[in-house]
Write a protein of this length. Structure first.
Length: 348
């Protein structure tokens, strides 16, 4: 009988082998200043996941890239997850994807070609769902499997939403439940059943295309997606960019039911620990046990959009999320003006 190949056996670390936010920040701090033309509306300086370049008064070009090592064993699911995660950064600034380029690194000779083909098929299926072509790309023979996309999109410059723009008093709304990283840890430990796996895949591959409609709402002031750095990491970027602080109640957070149980049992990814080290200096936790801290820092591959909207737009924003199929969307807390001290406070 042919031995079943597990894609995750080729990954040298959990969470897709991403570099720690602390290490990445230190690396970037050593780089000389780059060009900052006035047409560059968003990018590394604002902490956004996509770069936005103003072409003219009607159009801005959005560019982003994302790729990682397998977090699941099924090659088709791996391709779908990676593609949806890459496109999310276009939606997170309010853009419409127009095309993608595939980034493929595979251990040729160790992985059968049909398995590699299924990874690419999975990514193509998500791009088809988004209504865009994969117009090219680049591939290499690598030690571990890597797949992702360069994604390009367009938006009106007036409708760009990012980490800058939130206002004191704004409500914070999260579109998808937390816990994908915890479920992936359970999967790696062979403790995730078929129903739990289906839940994880369903959330991770749901496109954040609602970002286009949210950006068209005047009451939506800022927006990002919650992905590899967890809720706290991405919320911190929004708070710093908008000079606000956030007050959250843990009980208000949408969390995958099964992830609650696994987190209580101590399951978590290595990335969760790294994320806490990266953000802990700017976060205050009150009556938050370790398992809740895990969920606050849990890396979300294909996580939801985090929106800051005017108080009077809260109900309408939630209704839009729910109408578009994001059933777990919920209000997390409110923003206040930041003067000094921590940017985020979470109460248990």
């Amino acid at each position: 009988m042919e031995e079943r190949i597990r894609l995750t056996q080729f990954s040298h670390g959990s969470g897709g082998s991403r570099i720690s936010p602390v290490v990445l920040r230190d690396m970037l701090a050593r780089m000389p200043p780059g060009l900052m033309p006035p047409e560059l509306l968003a990018g590394a300086e604002t902490g956004d996941g996509a770069a936005v370049y103003k072409l003219n008064e009607q159009q801005a070009l959005i560019a982003t890239s994302d790729f990682f090592a397998p977090i699941v064993d099924d090659p088709y699911d791996f391709g779908r997850i990676a593609a949806a995660n890459a496109l999310s950064d276009v939606y997170a600034v309010g853009g419409t994807p127009i095309l993608a380029l595939a980034l493929v690194g595979m251990p040729i000779g160790k992985l059968p070609l049909p398995i590699i083909g299924r990874v690419i098929e999975g990514g193509t299926s998500i791009c088809r769902e988004a209504g865009i072509p994969i117009a090219g790309g680049h591939s290499i023979d690598s030690i571990e499997p890597i797949y992702g996309l360069v994604a390009l999109g367009l938006a009106s410059p007036a409708r760009i939403r990012g980490n800058i723009g939130a206002k004191p008093g704004d409500a914070l709304i999260l579109g998808k439940p937390l816990g994908i990283g915890v479920l992936s840890a359970a999967f790696r430990n062979e403790r995730l059943d078929e129903a739990g796996y289906a839940t994880m895949i369903g959330i991770a591959t749901q496109l954040n295309r609602i970002g286009e409609k949210l950006a068209a709402c005047d009451g939506v002031h800022a927006m990002t997606d919650v992905t590899s750095e967890g809720l706290l990491g991405h919320l911190l970027k929004l708070c710093r960019g908008s000079n606000c602080r956030a007050d959250l109640a843990f009980d208000a957070l949408p969390v995958i039911d099964l992830a609650h149980d696994f987190a209580r049992q101590g399951l978590k990814t290595e990335a969760s620990e790294r994320n806490w080290v990266s953000c802990s200096a700017d976060v205050s936790l009150y009556n938050i046990p370790p398992w809740q801290q895990t969920l606050l820092t849990d890396p979300q591959t294909g996580g939801g959009l985090l929106v800051a909207c005017a108080p009077e737009a809260t109900l309408e924003t939630l209704r839009l999320f729910h109408a578009e199929g994001y059933a777990d969307a919920a209000e997390l807390g409110r923003l206040q003006a930041w003067e000094s001290g921590c940017y985020v406070t979470v109460y248990g």
